[in-house]
Design a protein around this ligand. Structure first.
Ligand SMILES: [Zn+2]
Length: 138
């Protein structure tokens, strides 16, 4: 997998995700925070929503906030988590990887990979992904 180092804007995004999680943290309801930077440069955040029927992850909450604000193009996303030490980078689950490919396959995703925090393309996180919208490869 091709990885890229974080730059200054990525560290700012990571800080936004951590601040969001710490502000909303609840050990049973909100244990993951996410931040997404749109092509406009604006950052949108969200936290996961725990519910009895499995609530949404933090990433779709952040993406939905950005879309609600009118954004349609996205540069980078990150999620952080942790009950004991909130703030470490949390790699996206399979559902979120598919969502990222559906909305922004070229978007960068900050992940922990082989012991390093780095960026990877969303499309590289789910090889052979399902193609929901048009059936064409991304
Ligand atoms: Zn997820």
């Amino acid at each position: 997998m091709i990885t890229y180092p974080l730059d200054e804007t990525d560290h700012a995004l990571l800080a936004a995700a951590r601040e969001t999680l710490l502000r909303a943290y609840h050990e049973e309801r909100h244990t993951v925070g996410a931040a997404i930077r749109a092509a406009s440069g604006r950052i949108y955040t969200g936290v996961n929503i725990e519910a009895c029927a499995a609530g949404p992850c933090a990433e779709p909450i952040a993406l939905g906030a950005a879309i609600t604000a009118g954004e349609r193009a996205f540069e980078t996303i990150v999620a952080v988590g942790g009950r004991d030490e909130p703030g470490y980078v949390l790699n996206p689950c399979g559902n979120c990887r598919q969502m990222m490919i559906d909305y922004a396959p070229e978007m960068m995703v900050i992940v922990e990979y082989e012991g390093q925090v780095c960026k990877v393309r969303a499309r590289d996180l789910l090889p052979g992904a399902y193609h929901h919208f048009d059936g064409q490869p991304y």
